[in-house]
Design a protein around this ligand. Sequence first.
Ligand code: PEP
Length: 255
Amino acid sequence: MDKAKRKAIIAGNWKMNKTPKEATALLNEITPLVKDADCEVIACVPYVDLAAAIEATAGTNVKIGAENCHWAASGAFTGEISTGMLKEIGVEYVVLGHSERRQYFGETDETVNKRTKAALAAGLKPIVCVGELLWERECDITEEVIARQIKLDLWDVSEDELKNVVIAYEPVWAIGTGKTATADQAEEVCAFIRAQLAKLYNQDAADAVTIQYGGSMNDGNADELLSKTNVDGGLIGGASLVAEKFAAIVKAASK
Ligand code: PEP
C-alpha cells in the first residue's frame, strides 16, 4: 500500500492552553482556513474546552480530540475523565502517552496500554505517542526504545482495533524545543515503527496505519517532513495555537 492510500492526519495538541472562550475564538479562525483540507484535521484540547470546541466545529471538517482519558468506566479516580464521558459529548480522538504525561505524571507503557484499550472499546480513536529521550538517542538505543513502546502500548490490541489507532512518533528532545528531527531522522523512525507493526500484525495492517511525526513541526518544515514515505501527518503543539501556521501545515498535508 502506498502513502497516498493512508489517511493523512494533522492534529493540534493544545496542551494546557486556551480557556473555553479562547478555544472558540481560535477554532473560529481555524475552521474557514482548513475547510478545503484533503486530510483529517483534529484539534486536541483541554477537557474544559471540549464542549465549546465541539460546538464551534459543528458542521465543519475539524474533529475534536481530548488529551488523555482514564481506563476505568467510572469510580474513585478523582480528577480523571472516562472514555464514556468523552464519547457522550462527541469527542472522536484522544492523545495517549504524550511524553509530557510520561515525564510529569507517571505515565507508563502499562497505563498507556490500559488507556488505549479502553479508548478503542469506547469507539474513540487513540493517538498513541512514542519517542526516545535525547539520552537514549545518544546511546544509540532509539530502535529498542520505540520497539518496546510499540509492543507494550499496543499489547492485546487486535488487528481490527489497530485500524482505529494513530501512532505519533515524537522524539522527546524535539518537543517544544524548536529542535526538529530532520526529515530523514523522522522517516527512519516512522519506517521502523511500520516494520514493528508488520512484525506484530502483518504488512497489510501496518501499511494502513497513519504514523504522524511530532516535535517542533511548523509551517516552515512541514512540507519536507510530510514528503517522506512513512510520515503520514503531524501532531502539532506550539504551531497549532496560531491559526495561520496550523492551516499552512494542513495545506502541506493536503498536497
Ligand atoms: C506536542 O506537544 O505533541 C508537540 C509536538 O509539541 P511542539 O510541536 O510544540 O514541539
